[in-house]
Write a protein that binds this ligand. Structure first.
Ligand code: PHE
Length: 470
């Protein structure tokens, strides 16, 4: 998108801006990643850490991204060049690292979205009726191509997850090329509330299952002995991933915000709404885990095993299950559009490429490298035996993006807003040129951005890589 188009594309109102930013934040992160990471991270302790990072790290960084975006009205690379009045500003590197993070996330995200599409299709055929926990586990294994190591690459078991992933990318490529983003936004605005309601229904059913209380205990009982440096890093990485931070998405969206939106409060609203969606997913999943004897630390399959089980216990369960996965795929699409947008804008501006061509090229790159993620979701998958830095490709893409690129990007964004940007400019943008009378908030936000947020990110980061020990 060229910078002129962007000016025209500004959001129509503060509410629209909030909804679209929420459309990027809410996605597989809430419904798939949050529950399984809480499960493997030990429950309540992980939740406490996650909430701490959302408010102390993610919210100040989102404010910074919005300020940088709206002040410059540019994409993530151009924004720094414009604000610095320097076409060679080194801070533009944040935008380039963001494009790299977007690719890494898309490699595995499109794969998980492929599983969601597959489950939507399967739910339509009614195969989940009366399913048992063992059967649900086995179905997930076959959906992701587990147990295919050592076999032929050209077998249905290996190619099936790849087929669904490619289908996801065709849909995303088509939407971006058709340029129907406003249609999608409207669709998301209708569908998000329906997804919310379905999650509520799901949570209520899960909470009334026998043994549900154990699930609540797991989610809310805080046992600090579970907290290790790697769990802490994972909770911080999730806060970045969840709120689409540290890679320029929110800089781009900030550039579309209307001049009268209050940027000092919008991120808090987005974060709280996003937490509500994640908590609903947690309330739907953990009681079910304990009621059916599923392992809470089951990993990436948790959603795909528990949700068919909850719905199998409900009247009209098969219809609701289909609706649930369909809406989850819409939420995933909304997040993926904002992800593919980052390298697409960068390519089209940097190499003067037509937007459509850039979008298609990006989807092709993601599909080709993404095969490595689709083939390594489980250690018994086709590429599952190949380890880089002790991880299979699927986990590696996730680890490098969430735990390295996003926190580093976020650290530099906080430093930019706290130290490099002129204090008056920062104040001017957050107070809407003095019209908002929120000086107290501005002082607090700037304090966090100078002395708290960057230090926290740095300490957690250095601690997890072993440089700093405590
Ligand atoms: N926030 C999205 C989710 O939770 C993922 C995402 C990350 C989207 C980074 C854009 C940028 O699913």
């Amino acid at each position: 998108m060229s910078s002129e188009t962007k000016q025209r594309d500004a959001f129509s109102s503060t509410l629209a801006a909030l909804m679209v930013s929420l459309g990027s934040a809410v996605g597989l992160g809430n419904i798939w990643k949050f529950p399984y990471m809480t499960g493997t991270g030990g429950g309540g302790a992980f939740l406490v850490l996650y909430l701490f990072f959302v408010f102390m790290v993610a919210v100040p960084i989102m404010i910074s991204e919005f300020v940088i975006g709206r002040r410059s009205r540019m994409n993530a690379v151009g924004a720094f060049r414009k604000l610095d009045n320097d076409p060679r500003s080194p801070w533009a590197g944040i935008g380039f690292m963001g494009a790299l993070a977007a690719y890494l996330i898309m490699f595995f995200y499109s794969c998980v979205a492929g599983w969601v599409y597959y489950y939507t299709f399967k739910a339509a055929t009614g195969v989940f009726a009366g399913i048992t926990a063992d059967k649900a586990g086995a179905m997930f294994g076959s959906a992701i191509g587990a147990g295919t190591a050592g076999g032929s690459f050209f077998s249905a078991a290996v190619l099936s997850p790849i087929f669904w992933q490619v289908l996801v990318l065709c849909v995303i490529g088509a939407i971006i090329s058709l340029g129907v983003s406003s249609g999608i936004e409207r669709a998301i605005r209708i569908m998000m509330p329906i997804l919310f309601i379905l999650l509520i229904i799901c949570a209520i059913r899960a909470l009334t299952l026998p043994g549900a209380a154990e699930g609540l205990r797991f989610l809310f009982h805080v046992d600090f002995s579970q907290i290790t440096p790697s769990v802490t890093l994972a909770a911080m990485g999730l806060a970045f991933f969840k709120l689409s931070l540290g890679m320029g998405t929110m800089i781009t969206y900030g550039s579309y915000f209307t001049a009268d939106s209050d940027l000092s409060t919008a991120p808090l609203k987005i974060a709280i709404a996003d937490i509500c969606v994640s908590m609903l997913a947690g309330l739907a999943i953990f009681p079910t885990v304990f009621s059916f004897g599923v392992e809470p630390g089951a990993g990436p399959g948790l959603l795909f095993i528990t949700i068919p089980l909850v719905f199998s216990q409900m009247p009209l369960g098969q219809v609701l299950l289909f609706a649930f996965f369909l809406l989850t795929s819409f939420a995933a699409n909304g997040a993926m559009l904002s992800l593919v947008e980052v390298p697409t804008v960068w390519m089209s501006e940097e190499f003067n490429m037509p937007r459509k061509k850039a979008a298609i090229l990006n989807c092709v790159i993601i599909a080709v490298v993404g095969v490595l993620a689709a083939g390594s979701a489980d250690s018994s998958s086709f590429f599952g035996g190949i380890k880089v830095m002790g991880r299979g490709f699927f986990d590696l893409f996730d680890f490098i993006s969430s735990n390295i690129c996003l926190p580093l990007g976020g650290l530099f964004i906080a430093l930019y807003a706290g130290y490099k940007m002129k204090k008056e400019d920062f104040r001017d943008e957050l107070t809407n040129h003095g019209r908002l009378h929120n000086e107290g908030k501005v002082v607090l936000i700037r304090f966090l951005l100078r002395y708290v947020t960057p230090l926290l990110v740095l300490i957690i980061f250095l601690n997890s890589v072993g440089v700093l020990k405590f």
